[in-house]
Design a protein around this ligand. Structure first.
Ligand SMILES: Nc1nc2c(ncn2[C@@H]2O[C@H](COP(=O)(O)OP(=O)(O)OP(=O)(O)O)[C@@H](O)[C@H]2O)c(=O)[nH]1
Ligand SMILES: [Mg+2]
Length: 619
C-alpha cells in the first residue's frame, strides 16, 4: 500500500489551504511564497489517516509558470488530490495537471471541490458535473468528488476517509532496488548532508551504501527519517529523508538521484516506453523531467513501435530503470508524453532498428540473457548473480528488465529465457506425440516420463508454473501429475463402447454406494475380466475415476458430487458425518471418498474437518 498523496489543480484553487486544514501544516515555506500568497516550489506535510497511519502529502504550485515544479511533485505520487474551486470549475491547469497525472503511474484520484463555503448547491452541482465529465473518458472515471471548505473545515473529515480508502486500494510498493530522486539537499550541522524525496521502490536501511548520480558519488546512510521521525528502515511509498555520510555536501544537489549502488545510472542516452498525447517528429527537441531534474535532449522514435523512444540528452542525468518521466516540447513547454525509463544506458538506436533490440551490455542484461539462454533450467536470482558475476541487486535489476521486455519469465523464483520456455513447450509436444502414438489406448502420461523424454530437468514449484504457462498457451493439458496433448482421446471401438456404457450405467445407478467390479459382473451377467477391461479403458479415457480399491465412479457423477459439496459446504468446514449425510451413504464409502477428494486437492483436511479448496485457474 502506498502512502504518498500529491495535490494538483489550477492556481489559487485552494490546494495549500486545504493541506493546512487537513494537517495543520503550512506547506508554503518560502518567504516569497508567503509574501505573494502563492506556491512556487513543492511543499511537504503529512496526515494521520484512519486505518493507514501517517501518509505523506506533497503540495504543488498551480501557476503555469511553475509547472516544472508541479511535475517534480507528480512524479512521486500514488494518490492525487485534484483541487477544483467550485465557483471556477475546470480551468486550464486543472486539465493540464490531470493530463500529467494520467501519464504517470498515479493509481487513484480524488477531487476536492474547494471553496464550498462560497458556493450554493447549484454551483457545486455544476462544478461536480463538469469535473465528472472531464474524468469520464479517463482511468479516473468515477473518482470521488468531495466538497470542502478550508476556513470552516466542512468536508475535511469526508476527504480524509476518501483519501484513506484510495490509499487502501493502491497496490503494494514496487519491489526491487530502492531509489530516491532528490528534491531537497541541505547540510545538517554535525550530521552530514540530508537529502529528501519520495522513496520510489524497495527499502533502504541505516548503514546501507548509496550511490548518488550523476557522478557515482558514494556515501553511506547514517540515519533515516519519515516526517522528522527517525526510523531504521524506510519502505517505498513515502517521503523519506536520508542523512548521508562520507560524501562532500557541496557535490550533492536537487535533481540528482540516490539509490542502491549499481542500480542508479548516470546517462546521456536512455530508452523509454511512453504514451504520447501529441505526436512529435523523429529528433524533436524536448524537455525531459526525471525525478526533480529537467534536462534538454532530443527524442528519437522507432519506425515500428511509436511508444518506444530513445532520449539523447545535452547534459547527463541520474536515473533508475522503470523510473517515471514526462516529456515536454522545448518551447513552448507543452506536455507531449509520459512513461517510464526502460534502458537507462542504451545503445544508439536508429529509426528502423528492430524495437526489441534494447539489451545493452552496460546494463548487464545481455550477459544475464545469454546465461538464461544456455538451457531451459530455471535459475534463482542468487544463481544468476553468481554465474554472471553480478551483485544480487544488479542481477535482480537485469532480470526485471528482461521480464519487462518479455525476454525472461519468473517461474516461482526460477528465471528462464522466454524462448527457452517456448522451445521446452515444443519439446514436450514432440515427446507427447511420440508417446501417444506408441500407446493409443493410454489417455495421458506421467509428467516425469514426458519431461525426461523432452530432455527437461524441471522440478518443484517452477515445474508447476512452467506447465501451467504451457497449458495456458494451449500446448499441453495437465491432469494432476499426468500430461497429454490437448484434446487427445483414447481410441474406443464399438464393442468396447457398448461394454463401457453398460459398466458406466451400473456405476451411475448407485453413486452413493457404487458396486464393485465383481458386483457389476454379477448384475450385468458379464465375465469379471470384461468388466475390469472396460473399467481400465474408462480410466484411460478419463470417463471413470478410481476412488479406492474396487470403488469406481463416472467422471460425470464425480462432477455432480463436487457441485453439491460446493453448494452445501462451499463457505465452511464440514465433518465426515455431514458429508456422509449429504451423499446418503455409509461410513464405509464416505471415508475413502473424502480421502480421494483430499488427494485430488478438491478438499483440504484441517484437523478432523475439511474445507473446499479455492480453485486456482492455474491449477
Ligand atoms: N473562502 C475560502 N477561501 C479559501 C478556501 N481555500 C483557499 N482559500 C483562499 O484562497 C486563496 C488561495 O488559496 P491557496 O490555498 O493559496 O491556493 P493554492 O491552490 O495553493 O494556490 P497556488 O499554490 O498558488 O496554486 C487564499 O487566500 C486562501 O485563504 C476555501 O475553501 N474557502
Ligand atoms: Mg499553494
Amino acid at each position: 500500500m502506498a502512502r504518498l498523496i500529491g495535490t494538483a489543480g489550477h492556481v489559487d484553487h485552494g490546494k495549500t489551504s486545504l493541506i493546512k486544514a487537513l494537517t495543520g501544516i503550512d506547506a508554503d515555506r518560502l518567504p516569497e511564497e508567503k509574501a505573494r500568497g502563492m506556491t512556487i516550489d513543492l511543499g511537504f506535510a503529512y496526515v494521520e489517516l484512519p486505518g493507514i497511519g501517517r501518509a505523506s502529502i506533497v503540495d504543488v504550485p498551480g501557476h503555469e509558470r511553475f509547472l516544472t515544479n508541479m511535475i517534480v511533485g507528480a512524479l512521486g505520487v500514488d494518490v492525487a488530490l485534484l483541487c477544483v474551486k467550485a465557483a471556477d470549475s475546470v480551468m486550464p491547469q486543472t486539465r493540464e495537471h490531470l493530463q500529467i497525472l494520467l501519464l504517470l503511474p498515479v493509481e487513484r484520484l480524488i477531487v476536492a471541490l474547494t471553496f464550498a463555503d462560497l458556493a450554493d448547491d447549484e454551483t457545486l452541482q455544476i462544478a461536480k458535473d463538469e469535473v465528472q465529465e472531464l474524468l469520464d473518458a479517463t482511468r479516473f472515471a468515477g473518482a470521488p468528488v468531495v466538497p470542502v471548505s478550508a476556513p470552516t473545515g466542512d468536508g475535511v473529515a469526508e476527504l480524509k476517509d476518501a483519501l484513506a480508502q484510495a490509499l487502501r486500494e493502491t497496490s503494494a510498493a514496487e519491489e526491487g532496488p530502492w531509489y530516491l530522486p532528490i528534491d531537497r539537499a541541505f547540510v545538517l550541522k554535525g550530521q552530514g548532508i540530508v537529502v529528501t524525496g519520495p522513496l520510489m521502490r524497495g527499502a533502504v536501511r541505516a548503514g546501507d551504501e548509496v550511490s548518488v548520480q550523476p557522478g557515482d558519488l558514494r556515501a553511506r546512510v547514517r540515519s533515516i527519517q519519515h516526517h522528522g521521525e527517525p526510523t531504521e528502515i524506510a519502505e517505498a511509498g513515502r517521503r523519506t529523508a536520508l542523512v548521508l555520510s562520507g560524501i562532500k555536501p557541496e557535490r550533492v544537489r536537487r535533481g540528482m538521484i540516490a539509490g542502491e549502488p549499481g542500480t542508479v545510472f548516470e546517462t546521456l542516452r536512455f530508452d523509454a516506453r511512453v504514451e504520447w498525447v501529441a505526436a512529435r517528429k523523429h529528433g524533436s527537441r524536448v524537455r525531459v523531467s526525471l525525478g526533480a531534474e529537467e534536462v534538454i535532449g532530443r527524442a528519437f522514435l522507432n519506425a515500428q513501435d511509436r511508444d518506444l523512444v530513445q532520449l539523447r540528452l545535452e547534459s547527463p542525468v541520474g536515473c533508475a530503470t522503470f523510473q517515471p518521466l514526462i516529456l515536454r516540447d522545448y518551447s513552448p513547454p507543452h506536455v507531449i508524453a509520459g512513461g517510464r525509463v526502460t534502458v537507462p544506458l542504451a545503445a544508439p538506436r536508429r529509426f528502423r532498428d528492430a524495437p526489441q533490440a534494447s539489451v545493452d551490455s552496460s546494463n548487464r542484461a545481455d550477459s544475464v540473457l545469454a546465461l538464461l539462454s544456455a538451457d531451459a533450467r530455471g535459475r534463482s536470482v542468487a544463481e544468476v548473480a553468481q554465474q554472471a558475476g553480478l551483485s544480487h541487486s544488479a542481477a535482480a535489476e537485469a532480470l526485471q528488465r528482461l521480464a519487462s521486455e518479455g525476454q525472461a519469465i519468473n517461474l516461482s523464483g526460477a528465471w528462464i529465457a522466454s524462448h527457452q520456455l517456448t522451445a521446452a513447450g515444443e519439446a514436450i509436444v514432440v515427446a507427447l506425440q511420440r508417446m501417444h502414438a506408441a500407446a493409443p489406448s493410454q489417455s495421458s502420461h506421467p509428467r516425469d516420463r514426458v519431461l525426461k523424454a523432452a530432455g527437461l530437468d524441471w522440478k518443484g514449484a517452477s515445474l508447476d508454473r512452467s506447465l501451467a504457462l504451457l497449458s495456458q498457451a494451449g500446448k499441453v493439458e495437465v491432469l494432476g501429475a499426468n500430461l497429454r496433448l490437448p484434446g487427445y482421446r483414447v481410441q474406443v471401438n464399438p464393442h468396447q463402447r457398448q461394454l463401457l456404457d453398460r459398466v458406466e450405467g451400473a456405476l451411475s445407478a448407485s453413486v452413493a454406494s457404487p458396486p464393485s467390479p465383481s458386483e457389476i459382473a454379477l448384475a450385468e451377467r458379464l465375465p469379471l475380466q470384461a468388466v475390469e477391461a472396460a473399467i481400465k479403458l474408462g480410466l484411460e479415457a478419463g470417463e471413470i475415476v478410481r476412488i479406492d480399491k474396487d470403488m469406481y465412479l463416472t467422471q460425470e457423477a464425480l462432477r455432480k458430487i463436487q457441485d453439491s459439496i460446493v453448494a452445501a459446504f462451499g463457505d465452511r468446514s464440514f465433518a465426515a458425518a455431514e458429508f456422509r449425510d449429504l451423499l446418503g451413504t455409509s461410513r464405509k464409502f464416505a471415508i475413502p471418498w473424502l480421502e480421494y477428494l483430499d488427494r485430488i486437492r478438491f478438499t483440504l483436511r484441517v484437523g478432523d474437518k475439511r474445507v473446499v479448496r479455492v480453485r486456482n485457474s492455474e491449477e
